[in-house]
Design a protein around this ligand. Sequence first.
Ligand code: ZN
Length: 308
Amino acid sequence: MARGWIALLLLGIIGCSCASAAPSDFLLQKIGDGVWAAIVNDEGKAGGNVGFVVGDDGVVVIDTFQDPEPAADLLAAIRKITNLPIRFVVNTHYHLDHVNGNDVFAAAGAVIIAHRNARGWIRTENIKMIDPPVTAEKKARVQSIALPNLVYDTSVDLYLGSRRVSVRYYPGHTGGDSVVSVPDAHVVFCGDLLWKDHIPNLIDASTPAWIKTLDAIEADYGESTWVPGHGGIANAADIATFKKYLVDLHATVRDQQSKGRSGDALVQTILPSLKSKYGKWGFFDELAGANISDTAQELAGTKKLPSH
Ligand SMILES: [Zn+2]
């Protein structure tokens, strides 16, 4: 009994310190010296995971949630940790759940950085990401998101005094994705190139390129703490598990297409086996069927990808 109370008390203390640092839409986790991840609650308003890095003379924020409100909460949480200026924001890709808090950080004076393609797609391709009904008001919101004011093509290094934050382009998820690493802390923010225990969004995906990217980032960064775009802090085994999902899905869809299946019949044939393996993953009900049809279109050569 007494032990139980002590455990509850400890839990309460831990819970309180988290709650005071961040609201329930996300949970702040310190994952290195001056390196933080904000892992979202899927049911909340925040959408996709974000992170921030505190250096000698400023802060880099990686992604900005899918709504200005949790973005403002994040800024407040950062302000409890440091008063250094927010020098840079990196948008890891254009999807709404990673950029819709940009305005909050632009107003705070940050330079927003993204791959060239991501900048081109934020106000246009995101129309398809709006939850229906697509109202004029929601469209106007997307069409006014603060855009990156600095773009790059292959890689760019940011310096916070002596601390280096590296930003590199990798293909596969949208064609405009950045991986942000903090070499001195061995932390890698993958954006939506990595999903942990969550069914990914494949709406813009090029699966073979993505599979190669997962091999490349493991080789390029080595042993690291990995922050996925969705799901909790990851390790090398999680990268392998996610890669296996993409490989399996690609092979299964190709097999069914070779048997002459297409359209809804193909989706319904594959869905039960996918559910038996991955039914516990987040977003299964929302995205698994779309994953099958997106992959089928990709293999059939009919998939419409955002143009550069
Ligand atoms: Zn996302």
